[in-house]
Design a protein around this ligand. Structure first.
Ligand SMILES: [Zn+2]
Length: 134
């Protein structure tokens, strides 16, 4: 972790009530970031899908074992990326419907710091912690 983290955490939390305009500009920035990541992930997943070790010729049992573990690794990587794509989809949908940045549980506005750090957040930090604790 570098010093950015402390800036986010110690940032001006005292400042309340950003103007609607500021919030919209912030959401635009998030949207760009999400779309950029979406393109990146889609490209990665396509690459993984086309580069399955099973498609290659297996020469002997040693290679077979290797290719099996490689396949396992790739499919878990693929799953993580697909999961992330789902989160991006959901976040983009909420951006479109205007629900983005509002906690789906309590309806409180999610702080900019939290969204900047974790743009897929659908819950405020309090509800997120409550969800994870159960
Ligand atoms: Zn909440």
């Amino acid at each position: 972790m570098h010093s950015d983290t402390t800036n986010i955490l110690s940032g001006d939390t005292k400042k309340k009530g950003d103007t609607v305009k500021q919030r919209q500009a912030f959401f635009e920035k998030i949207k760009d970031k999400l779309i950029e990541r979406q393109v990146e992930l889609t490209r990665d997943i396509e690459f993984l899908a086309h580069d399955k070790p099973t498609d290659r010729q297996v020469m002997d049992s040693g290679d077979e074992a290797l290719s099996l573990s490689l396949e396992k690794l790739q499919s878990s990587l693929e799953k993580t990326e697909i999961d992330e794509l789902h989160l991006i989809d959901q976040a983009l949908q909420r951006l479109q419907t205007g629900e983005y940045g509002v906690c789906i549980d309590c309806g409180e506005v999610i702080s900019h710091q939290r969204l900047e750090y974790y743009p897929y957040a659908a819950r405020c930090i309090v509800c997120q912690e409550a969800t994870e604790a159960t």
